[in-house]
Ligand binder design. Structure first.
Ligand SMILES: Cc1ncc(COP(=O)(O)O)c(C=O)c1O
Length: 402
């Protein structure tokens, strides 16, 4: 007798997000997600480093948490302590740095430690969709603060916190991407960083500083991290190797005060981050960081320029944008009333994929639907030119712009 197939949906936990659809595969003109460039993967360097590191320390893989304990590979944490001091102005010890599976896991751990249903989280009005979704999944209310060309409007941050305080609400944290902001590409100047820290101290609301793209400034000076200004435990700082090296290494890090770190460690129940990639990455970066990151910045700089020229050529003046000084993504504004999600299916048929703006909005009903995000790390310069030309044709057909 045939047994009826088991219906797992009867067993699902309550309030799951909609199930994922099948993977759509690779589009020839892929402008979504902060992918890296295949040409920039340092294959020979990785091979040398992984070989050297495995010969030296490979036998430690037999033991959970070896090479540095539950906080992760010690050599990589030592490298980070030096890099954070030199490039971000942050002075910490290895005991304040934890390695995770991408900075995504850092965000998950912080949310696991801080968030309960009904809590409030402050974000930039346009921000990283992954961070928004995770806070919302924990049933937090996200409040978006408008941005201008200098990042988050800290005056509006302060009035929002004052308003919330008058209602008895103390948000759990202020999530900010101050350097190469995702998706707007803006950089928060030092005076705003100081002001944000002052506001955080005044209202007793910590800052979650996400510096995923901070290595990628290719034009002009870089600002120090907000964490570099803080000696009062108000900043949780996270970063990633996804953008400077490769998303596939799945390595990120948190800098946090000891007490919070210990609390997060209690929730890090994955029995440790992968131990092979940190061996390789620590060895590679110790020997090649400066040279490698210069190559990455140069390529991103060229691609940004190609993207800007292509958008000017094919979309003309109807589309406005901020010219980012670093990073791998740009945010394009269409006239009010244009719904940028509409052309997506037609664009896919032409082999082009992009992120409609509403997905990057803390308040998608009122903000974001007339923007698109274009990531330029993965496509080659020719693919950027060809993809933008195709996209302009699709937009013209679907929404009459340009
Ligand atoms: C601002 C920001 N933070 C965090 C992440 C997560 O990156 P990963 O988990 O690869 O470190 C991303 C990914 O694009 C991002 O844009």
């Amino acid at each position: 007798m045939a047994t009826k197939g088991l219906d797992y949906s009867e067993l699902y936990a309550k309030d799951l997000p909609p199930a994922a659809g099948p993977w759509e595969g690779v589009y020839p003109y892929n402008f979504t997600t902060g992918h890296g460039s295949p040409d920039l993967i340092p294959i020979d360097g990785f091979i040398e480093s992984v070989t050297r590191a495995l010969k030296r320390e490979g036998r430690n893989l037999a033991v959970y948490y070896s090479n540095g304990g539950p906080m992760g590979n010690l050599a990589l944490r030592e490298f980070l302590v030096k890099k954070l001091r030199k490039y971000r102005g942050i002075n910490v010890t290895v005991d304040e740095v934890m390695i995770c599976s991408g900075s995504t896991q850092c965000i998950l751990l912080i949310n696991e430690t801080l968030l309960e249903p009904g809590d409030t989280v402050i974000t930039e009005m346009f921000t990283y969709a992954g961070a928004l979704r995770n806070a919302q999944r924990r049933k937090a209310n996200t409040i978006g603060i408008p941005l201008d060309d200098d990042g988050m409007r800290v005056d509006i941050l302060e009035s929002t916190l004052a308003d919330l305080r008058s209602k008895g609400i103390r948000p759990k944290y202020i999530y900010t991407i101050p350097t190469c902001q995702n998706p707007t590409g803006t950089n928060l100047p030092m005076d705003r960083r100081r002001e944000m820290l002052r506001i955080s101290q005044e209202y007793g609301v910590p800052i979650l500083e996400d510096e995923c793209y901070a290595d990628l400034i290719f034009d002009g000076e870089w600002e120090h991290a907000i964490r570099s200004l803080d000696d009062t435990n108000h900043v949780l700082h996270i970063g990633s190797f996804s953008k400077s090296l490769a998303p596939g290494v799945r390595l990120g890090y948190i800098v946090a005060p000891q007490g919070v770190m210990n609390q997060m460690l209690a929730s890090k129940i994955d029995v440790g981050t992968n131990m092979v990639t940190p061996l390789m990455v620590a060895d590679f970066l110790e020997n090649n960081y400066e040279e490698h990151i210069e190559t990455v910045r140069d390529m991103l700089h060229r691609k940004r320029d190609v993207l800007i020229a292509s958008v000017r050529e094919h979309f003309g003046p109807t589309v406005e944008f901020y010219e980012p000084r670093g990073g791998m993504l740009m945010w394009f504004k269409f006239p009010e009333g244009v719904d940028t999600s509409k052309p997506l299916e037609a664009a896919k048929k032409e082999g082009v994929i992009y992120n409609p703006g509403a997905d990057w909005s803390a308040d998608p009903k009122n903000h974001g639907s007339n923007y698109i995000r274009i990531c330029y790390g993965l496509p080659s310069e020719d693919q950027i030119r060809g993809g933008i030309e195709r996209l302009a044709k699709v937009f013209h057909q679907e929404v009459g712009i340009p």
